[in-house]
Design a protein around this ligand. Structure first.
Ligand code: DC
Length: 233
């Protein structure tokens, strides 16, 4: 992208392990935009709750704990680095224990309210690709480009299993499948901001697309939106 072109907001939503963050990061790099992985923020809050034994079923405890949480997103070579109260928590927030609790923590309205407000601030200047579950529907309903990623469950299981195995985390495909299906269910049936496709989102089924193909499709869509005259600057 050349400088001087108008900047847009790009929202990427979808189920777990469909490749949202990988695509969002590559697309942001190509457009010279900022990439924010909003899931990392929910993961950081979950980590704080676990470390500090916060009763996640007690609204008052949750509200008090939220006041003590400072999340800072830094960037190392354009890759997001997540800091929780001054500590780099990038590795810790990917642990299986977080996967177990994060979907429940994400159902809590007080948590969502707080994180959505922070996400909107981060996107105030546009020139942003943000991925998550409610970015096109709640965080940036006015985003100029919305993508909704899906993929066959067995493809997602294989991807996540390989990712965990490569990191040295021992798990079976059955465990991975159970966790993914459980998280999909909680994410799409929660009362506050459930995961759903925005009416104006473009669906990309990533099952049989390479990362390069996904990037090309998304980049072409972004380029066409960016060069469409008549939209707000
Ligand atoms: O994208 P991820 O797997 O890192 O997200 C972790 C969890 O956070 C996911 O199970 C649902 C929740 N989440 C959410 O509710 N809203 C978002 N915008 C991003 C993530």
């Amino acid at each position: 992208m050349t400088t001087g072109q108008r900047k847009i907001t790009i929202a990427i939503d979808g189920y777990s392990s469909c490749g949202k963050s990988t695509l969002a990061q590559a697309l942001a790099k190509r457009l010279q935009y900022l990439h924010i992985d909003s899931g990392a923020m929910y993961r950081a809050v979950t980590l704080y709750f676990i470390q500090n034994k916060v009763d996640i079923y007690n609204e008052e405890d949750v509200a008090l704990a939220l006041e003590k949480i400072s999340i800072h997103l830094g960037f190392n070579d354009d890759v997001q680095v997540t800091w929780l109260n001054g500590v780099n928590v990038d590795l810790m927030i990917r642990e299986p224990e977080i996967n177990q609790f994060v979907s429940h923590v994400s159902t809590l309205s007080s948590v969502r309210k707080e994180l959505v407000a922070r996400q909107r601030k981060l996107g105030a200047n546009k020139g942003l690709v943000m991925d998550g579950r409610d970015i096109g529907t709640v965080v940036f309903p006015e985003a100029e480009l919305k993508l909704f990623l899906t993929a066959d469950i067995e493809v997602r299981v294989e991807r996540r299993w390989l990712e965990l195995t490569n990191k040295g985390i021992e798990t079976t495909r059955e465990e991975v499948r159970d966790n993914l299906l459980r998280r999909d269910h909680i994410d799409s049936t929660r009362v506050d901001s459930p995961l759903r496709k925005a009416n104006d989102a473009t669906v990309i089924d990533t099952s049989y697309l390479t990362q390069k193909e996904q990037l090309q499709i998304s980049f072409d869509l972004a380029r066409s939106v960016i060069s469409t005259p008549g939209l707000d600057y």
